[in-house]
Design a binder for this molecule. Structure first.
Ligand code: PEP
Ligand code: MN
Length: 373
């Protein structure tokens, strides 16, 4: 079902300078000097529409830097005055909303740890009734699109009509390359469900490390996202939060200059051409398959070490029979041909055996690189 919300096009938002709509600034406001100098350098890029800085920081553990609080709002007001950039910060309760509005903050975002909680989102929505401010809702930390849409609906119903979503990836139990899994199919589905909702990608919180920022930003552009929120700090390594994922304003300029902006279909600039979008989806699923295979092989290797230590043979025919039977039944129920399941699992099984053979024949194993140890 497609949801129609009353929303204005992002091209009409304050400070819009064209696609991608860029939001940048430090993860956290730390000192007046750090805020003002970052803003000075970012405004010098002439590309950034909104200056961001976290004033209240949701941190996983206590006794870490939890933001400077209200005093930082004065610095944001100075950024606006001095450099003419719109300013944005995260709000996580109604008090934050009132304080931020008091200091003229132009854009509020609801963080991933807040958008999971309908009570808190409703509290924020109630505080926003009758207020004209830009609001972005980050995806909840768990990959639940209904929860994300629910949060967006609550804010929309409060009368906010410059509303957008931020895709910042999803938390997983397994250790993965990125800090948060992108699960690109979720923002794609969000676009399908609410076509007139701008979607901004936050490569910083997906990546968790500088080296992946460009590839994620490029992917977001290829998927026709409207904008990017990228964290930038004058001295990233010394940042009090998210040090490894922030970029200097200069490195941000360099990253942006390498982005290739492909045109969406000329008749409707909001939509990717259908074939392009479907191909992107295929790439997303293929990436998933590769990641899953990598994880499966790691478990096979752990089993290989266990077999070796306990003097068990590699090939356990009964177990292999059990696997084949199980996947055949599952595959059949999902409409996958027996041929596909048969050849795919034979190849996977062979790869597992090869790896376990290598472990068996490898004399004393060096376990130092083993994540399980
Ligand atoms: C942030 O933007 O700095 C932040 C805390 O993000 P998230 O809610 O995505 O973790
Ligand atoms: Mn951050």
């Amino acid at each position: 079902m497609v949801l129609k919300i009353d929303n204005s096009a992002i091209s009409e938002w304050n400070g819009y300078k064209g696609r991608p709509f860029l939001i940048s600034g430090p993860c956290s406001a730390e000192t007046e000097e750090q805020v003002m100098e970052t803003a000075r350098q970012l405004s010098g890029l002439n590309m950034i529409s909104i200056f961001r800085a976290g004033i209240w920081k949701p941190r996983t553990r206590p006794n870490t830097f939890e933001g400077v609080g209200v005093s930082g709002l004065k610095w944001l007001r100075n950024v606006k005055k001095e450099y003419g950039m719109m300013v944005a910060t995260e709000v996580a309760n109604e008090k934050h909303v009132y304080e931020a509005l008091k200091y003229g903050v132009d854009m509020l975002w609801i963080g991933a740890r807040t958008s999971v909680n309908p009570f808190t989102v409703q509290e924020i929505a109630d505080a926003l009734k009758g207020v004209d401010v830009m609001v972005l809702v980050k995806n909840p930390i768990n990959p639940d699109i209904e929860l994300w849409i629910g949060a967006l609906e609550r804010i929309s119903k409060a009368g906010i009509n410059r509303l957008g979503a931020i895709h910042r990836g999803f938390s997983t139990y397994e250790k993965t390359t990125y800090r948060n899994q992108p699960n690109w199919q979720l923002p794609i589905e969000l676009r399908r469900r609410i076509p007139n909702l701008p979607i901004i990608c936050d490569p910083s919180h997906i990546a968790g490390a500088r080296e992946y920022l460009h590839e994620i930003s490029q992917k977001a552009m290829d998927l026709n996202f409207d904008g990017l929120m990228i964290e930038s700090h004058i001295d990233p390594d010394k940042a009090l939060s998210d040090a490894s994922q922030q970029l200097t304003p200069n490195d941000l300029r360099e990253l942006l200059s390498r982005l290739i902006l492909r045109n969406a279909s000329p008749s409707d600039p909001r939509l990717l051409d259908v074939l392009g979008e479907l191909r992107q989806q295929i790439d997303v699923f293929d990436d998933h398959l590769i990641d899953l295979l990598e994880q499966r092989m790691k478990v096979s290797e752990t089993i290989g070490r266990y077999k070796k230590e306990n003097n068990i043979t590699i090939l356990q025919s009964a177990r292999w029979d059990e696997i084949v039977k199980r996947v055949m039944i599952k595959g059949n129920a999902k409409g996958l041909s027996a041929d596909l399941i048969d050849s795919m699992f034979k190849a996977i099984h062979q790869e597992s055996i090869n790896r376990q053979m290598k472990i068996m024949n490898n004399g004393i194993e060096n376990h130092s690189n083993d994540p399980q140890q």
